[in-house]
Design a protein around this ligand. Structure first.
Ligand code: GDP
Length: 296
């Protein structure tokens, strides 16, 4: 049976009931459990280390108030620290710019970029009553542009007409012009991915960015990314400069550690969460919910 971190911490501290302040020894024993739980939740190792340091600083010497047990108190410190590192409040997409607002989607192949592009377009259209144009800049995978077109048709969202032979920058510029001409509020640019991060991908992303000056650049990442999350987020942030993260497949078994890792290394907020394959399976990111999930 899987025992939650909260239960394990309460177990450690049960024997301490009645003492005044948490000692370094008590806290160290708890930190071992916290470390284990974070690694199980796929939080990257450097982030685990900085997290446990912060918890140690907060917990050692803290007076245990009468109404709670020491275990409950450490669980609260851990929870609060998680929420703080995850960003405390949900941060929505920023559309506060002259129309058409360009939003660029970046990420590895298979991360859920195209699906998330369509989900965002659908939400902006249905809920926020914006006029949205989607364009696929993926000229590497033959079916990619067609895939976005089909998603557009299924969800009643306009897509940029496909012209064979154009490169990503050309398509991106055409998308911006078409969005201006057509009176669109938002233009979503779904870029090409790769299996791994490589130099040509980063050059392509930088070129598209320079040509379109996106107001938001969202890194789409699979929540099951694990230890690679740090490298992924760092690379895209350093080379392209992301403004936020969309975390996909949160409907799966993942505990959401990637959210903590990516937020910690980039300082950029997780803005959206994908919770299924369907076009309406998109939610705002709520730090408290992820903290609960990581704590188990
Ligand atoms: P891309 O290569 O990054 O554009 O990835 P796709 O958008 O084509 O998605 C790859 C696969 O992941 C597809 O089968 C999607 O239906 C699926 N997918 C995307 N987002 C989610 C999600 O939040 N939950 C689940 N369960 N599947 C997703």
């Amino acid at each position: 049976m899987f025992e939650s971190l909260s239960d394990r911490l309460s177990g450690i501290f049960d024997k301490l009931t009645g003492r005044g302040a948490l000692s370094e020894n008590d806290v160290n024993e708890a930190l071992r459990e916290i470390r284990r739980a974070l690694i199980e939740a796929d939080v990257a190792l450097p982030v685990v280390r900085s997290f446990t340091d912060k918890v140690r600083n907060r917990a050692v010497g803290a007076e245990v108030v009468k109404s709670v047990t020491p275990g409950q108190m450490v669980v609260k410190i851990v929870h609060d620290q998680l929420v703080e590192m995850l960003g405390t409040e949900a941060e929505p997409l920023d559309l506060n710019a002259p129309a058409p607002v360009p939003i660029m989607m970046v990420g590895l192949q298979g991360s859920g970029k195209t699906t998330t592009t369509a989900k965002i377009a659908r939400r902006l259209t249905r809920r926020d009553k914006r006029k949205v144009l989607m364009a696929s800049l993926d000229t590497r995978r033959p079916a990619a542009q067609e895939q976005l077109k089909i998603l557009g048709e299924q969800n009643d969202i306009d897509t940029l007409p496909i012209i064979q032979g154009q490169g990503p920058v050309e398509i991106a510029k055409r998308a911006i012009s078409a969005a201006k001409l057509g009176g669109y509020d938002v233009v979503l640019l779904d870029t090409a991915g790769r299996i791994h991060i490589d130099e040509p991908l980063m050059v392509e992303m930088a070129d598209v960015k320079a040509a379109t000056r996106p107001h938001e650049i969202l890194l789409v990442a699979d929540s099951l990314t694990g230890q690679d999350a740090v490298n992924l987020a760092q690379s895209f942030d350093e080379r392209v400069g992301i403004t936020g993260i969309a975390l996909t497949r949160m409907d799966g078994d993942g505990r959401g550690g990637a959210a903590l890792s990516m937020r910690a290394v980039t300082g950029k907020p997780v803005k959206l969460v994908g919770t299924g394959e369907k076009a309406d399976a998109l939610e705002d990111f709520h730090p408290k919910r992820i903290a609960d999930r990581i704590l188990g």
